[in-house]
Design a protein around this ligand. Structure first.
Ligand SMILES: *[C@@H]1O[C@H](CO)[C@@H](O)[C@H](O)[C@H]1NC(C)=O
Ligand SMILES: *[C@@H]1O[C@H](CO)[C@@H](O)[C@H](O)[C@H]1NC(C)=O
Ligand SMILES: *[C@@H]1O[C@H](CO)[C@@H](O)[C@H](O)[C@H]1NC(C)=O
Ligand SMILES: *[C@@H]1O[C@H](CO)[C@@H](O)[C@H](O)[C@H]1NC(C)=O
Ligand SMILES: *[C@@H]1O[C@H](CO)[C@@H](O)[C@H](O)[C@H]1NC(C)=O
Ligand SMILES: *[C@@H]1O[C@H](CO)[C@@H](O)[C@H](O)[C@H]1NC(C)=O
Ligand SMILES: *[C@@H]1O[C@H](CO)[C@@H](O)[C@H](O)[C@H]1NC(C)=O
Length: 784
């Protein structure tokens, strides 16, 4: 009651004001009780005004036509507060609005004879009224309100209007276009009692960017605006449960309205009748980039000088120039990533926030790891990196924005390498790219040098017979771009290794010597002189070398070159200063912790996955064991000796198996002369994984009988639920330990087809997929 009294006082002031301007308002009918049979036309009597003349219901001009709605007729700029059927196109000047005499309906008739209902009512209305509150109402014959514009609000809330549970305000496309679009924003009074703001097409918790925090206050709560500009929430018993606006505003000759604007911000507007100006006493946020979805997909919002702006992710272009809402796109798809001819690189966007919807989360990663993980995964289009967590995401990226905080994600965006990108790198991407470029320039220069040397060599050769023969430099020239392995002459290698002097390792297929590059004595290499078991033709050998040489991956030892002209074939690799995984794992003094060990396991899995799935030609390693996993100075594990099996002729497979003698890592199908598939590597990986978990060799005669064979012992512990016996005193979470053990047990199954693919193994290790309980592998134990 008290409020009503207040309102009438207020409108008295407005009436006073309106009288003074009413002469300016033409072709409007001051009629608070509109009877059936009345009509309006855009060009004749165009609206029905409220008794004070402040509000009017009728036609207003929109674009090149007219729309029906309610507007502030009493002020010069005729602000629209409600529109009927707001998404319909405007009508022409010869349309008319009828309050039908016969049926008591409010109908918009166009010249084409189309009828549109303005008010959706089933009952017959007998009269209508434009109230001074800005509410247009229809009454039945009993004088009861059967429809009111206040119950179907558009984007504006007027004083005394209530936004009850289930109701919402939806923003208009722009100040002048009252339509909604897919990208409108909503203010929604939720049944849980919370008042929330969200992008209207996506009404879910992660998208909400404002919430009143009144959930649990019942489903009879409502948002109210008073004539003094106070916005607040009332509960069922009209108790003010929350003030939305905190201050008290002036009421003298001032009118208020609250609107969710095109930019997603809910604002309280006040209009001063003395100086005819609008101001904004309150808004839902001062952060112009706060509203989610202001910028379209694959964009991020930046506010400059208090105005928001949207920019595309690096490598992306706007779908429609100058438009934000359709977002940005790029000209390649995840599928094209599988095409090996394409080169991708990563660009960084710092201090940006996105909707967090990763399909995979990798932890304990460096930014460099994260960058690499994304490059290697065709599903990964953007990785968000923060605090060692690498979250791989697919497109689209939603709700991007620049943050003022500096501890937020770094977005690593996969982009296609083009000359364009090289010239215009963004921010930190610059360093990376120029490094790449430098490498390429250096290798080009180096190749040129090599060619020069070749030419000199040829000249030299003409003068005197030389032992330098068959130096196939020509092959190198076109390797410029992809840094493929180069061929060395045997004599060159003799000099590089000082006559194969310093032996650093001896393996099944040959002996490894330390050497230095001729052009850079600080760069160490490892030259592996193969035993003369290779009877493949030179051409085949070269083809194989090229296939393997193109296998570039951070978890694979790089093949730098080869030599085929000497008594022995030689393979030249990068030199790994930290020895092999076997050295680390089986040397108690060098023991790594669980987290480091799991990092190594994932590194190995990634390397093998690359050989299996991501190379031009599938490569089966055939000899995965800790001795073949080398560690670089950063503790990154690299699979080495890969592909040697492929260099063997099929009839040599048996010999090869015999030579290796690394029983325990060999899949059972080798023994059974079954065809060998990539699953032999999965098996060996499983054994290595068990060794990594337990830090012991898979065969250890010094242990108790039931512990000698690691696989048996692990399964025994797994079945018996005493996994803690496997890892000693380390602080490994039991559940995590069990997960990893299960992965290993799946890998070492007897039946190759039951073993997971390397891809699956990696997903399991990364914790992104569930791991079922593995079947009993005892059958395999009995066959060995
Ligand atoms: C409007 O006027 C009609 C007759 O002119 C009358 O019957 C009706 O009761 C009036 N309605 C209101 C709400 O005053
Ligand atoms: C108003 O917005 C709607 C929805 O986006 C659009 O279809 C219409 O063309 C717009 N009108 C004008 C004049 O831009
Ligand atoms: C409204 O809030 C008041 C104060 O918290 C409370 O006493 C009253 O019961 C509430 N009404 C309803 C319907 O919950
Ligand atoms: C809301 O504000 C009014 C006046 O500013 C104050 O009297 C009232 O206590 C406030 N209510 C709440 C729930 O904060
Ligand atoms: C209009 O008057 C109000 C109240 O006196 C004042 O707060 C506001 O700043 C004035 N606006 C302009 C543009 O002068
Ligand atoms: C929103 O209101 C705050 C004060 O509450 C003000 O500092 C800010 O400039 C306003 N922002 C906009 C966009 O109106
Ligand atoms: C994508 O765009 C870049 C630069 O605009 C261009 O160099 C590249 O060839 C395009 N790729 C495709 C697949 O169209």
């Amino acid at each position: 009651m008290k409020r009503d009294h207040f309102i009438s006082m207020h409108y008295f002031i407005i009436i006073f004001f309106v009288l003074s301007i009413s002469s300016l308002v033409t072709a409007q009918q001051r009629q608070s009780n509109i009877s059936r049979g009345s009509s309006l036309t855009p060009t004749g009597t165009s609206s029905w005004m409220s008794s004070s003349g402040l509000y009017a219901f009728g036609f207003y001009q929109r674009d090149n036509g007219y729309a029906v709605g309610i507007f502030l007729a009493g002020i010069p700029d005729k602000t629209v507060v409600w529109t009927a059927n707001r998404d319909d196109s405007p009508v022409s000047g010869n349309a008319n609005l009828l309050f039908t005499a016969a049926t008591g309906k409010l109908v918009l008739k166009t010249a084409q004879g189309e009828d549109t209902n303005i008010a959706d009512v089933s009952q017959t209305a007998s009269s209508a009224s434009m109230l001074d509150t800005g509410n247009f109402v229809l009454y039945n014959s009993g004088g009861k309100v059967i429809w009111e514009s206040f119950s179907s609000p558009t984007d504006t809330l007027l004083p005394t209007q209530r936004l009850s549970v289930g109701m919402q305000l939806i923003s208009s496309v722009s100040e002048t276009n009252q339509s909604t679009s897919l990208y409108s924003f909503g203010l929604y009074m939720q049944p849980d009692g919370n008042l929330v703001q969200y992008p209207s097409d996506y009404r879910t918790v992660p998208a909400a960017y404002y919430a009143s925090g009144t959930d649990g206050m019942g489903d009879k709560i409502s948002l109210n605006l008073d004539i003094d500009g106070n916005l607040y929430l009332l509960n069922a018993t009209d108790y003010k449960v929350k003030n939305i606006t905190e201050e008290v505003y002036a009421t003298r000759r001032t009118i208020y309205l609250a609107r969710i604007d095109w930019d997603g911000i809910f604002r309280l507007y006040s209009y001063n009748l003395d100086n005819n100006s609008w101001s904004v006493p309150w808004n839902s946020t001062s952060d112009r980039c706060g509203p989610r979805g202001l910028c379209g997909i694959n964009m991020f919002c930046i506010s400059h000088d208090l105005e928001p702006g949207c920019s595309c992710l690096p490598g992306f272009a706007p779908v429609i120039q100058e438009k934000w809402t359709p977002g940005c796109e790029r000209n390649f798809t995840a599928e094209s990533c599988k095409n090996k001819d394409r080169k991708y690189t990563i660009q960084e966007e710092v201090n940006t926030i996105w909707e967090d919807l990763p399909y995979s989360v990798l932890s304990q990663m460096s930014k460099e790891d994260c960058r690499q993980a994304c490059l290697e995964d065709c599903n990964c289009e953007v990785a968000l990196y923060k605090d060692g967590k690498c979250k791989k995401q697919r497109l689209p990226l939603k709700y991007g924005r620049r943050s003022s905080q500096s501890d937020v994600n770094i977005a690593l965006v996969k982009v296609e390498e083009t000359s364009h990108d090289r010239i215009l790198p963004t921010r930190e991407g610059k360093k990376e790219i120029s490094k790449d470029t430098i490498i390429i320039i250096i290798s080009c220069l180096f190749s040129l040098l090599v060619v020069n040397v070749a030419i000199l060599g040829i000249i030299h050769h003409r003068y005197r017979a030389s032992s330098y023969r068959r130096i196939s430099y020509n092959g190198n020239i076109n390797f410029c771009g992809d840094i493929a392995p180069r061929s060395f002459s045997y004599a060159e290698l003799e000099r590089m290794t000082d006559g194969f002097k310093e032996e650093i390792g001896r393996g099944s297929s040959g002996t490894v010597y330390k050497g230095t590059m001729m052009n850079d004595v600080d760069k160490f290499v490892a030259a592996k002189r193969l035993q003369k078991v290779l009877s493949t033709s030179e051409k085949e050998f070269q083809t194989e070398i090229k296939v393997i040489g193109r296998a570039h991956h951070r978890n694979l030892l790089r093949l730098l070159g080869y030599s085929i002209d000497g008594p022995n074939k030689v393979l030249v690799y990068e030199y790994m200063s930290n020895g092999s995984l076997a050295d680390i794992l089986f040397t108690p003094e060098r023991q790594l912790n669980w987290v480091e060990r799991m990092g190594i396991a994932r590194d190995i899995a990634r390397g093998i996955l690359y050989l299996h799935d991501e190379c031009e030609t599938q490569i089966i390693h055939c000899d995965i064991k800790p001795q073949n996993i080398l560690m670089d100075q950063n503790g990154c594990a690299k699979v080495s000796d890969f592909g040697l099996a492929k260099l063997m002729k099929p009839d040599e497979t048996k010999t090869f198996t015999g030579i290796r003698g690394t029983r325990g890592y060999v899949a059972p199908e080798w023994h059974r002369k079954l065809p060998v598939t990539v699953k032999v590597d999965v098996y060996s990986f499983g054994v290595v994984l068990l060794e990594i978990i337990c830090c012991r060799k898979n065969l250890d005669q010094s242990l108790l009988d039931d512990q000698i064979i690691l696989e048996e012992w692990v399964y025994q512990c797994f079945e018996g639920g005493k996994l803690d016996q496997l890892v000693g005193v380390e602080e490994v979470e039991a559940r995590q330990l069990e997960r990893i053990i299960k992965v290993a047990l799946w890998c070492i199954l007897d039946e190759p087809s039951l073993r997971p693919s390397m891809k699956k193994v990696l997903l399991m290790l990364e914790g992104t997929v569930d791991i079922p309980t593995p079947p009993n592998p005892t059958s395999f134990i009995s066959t060995i």
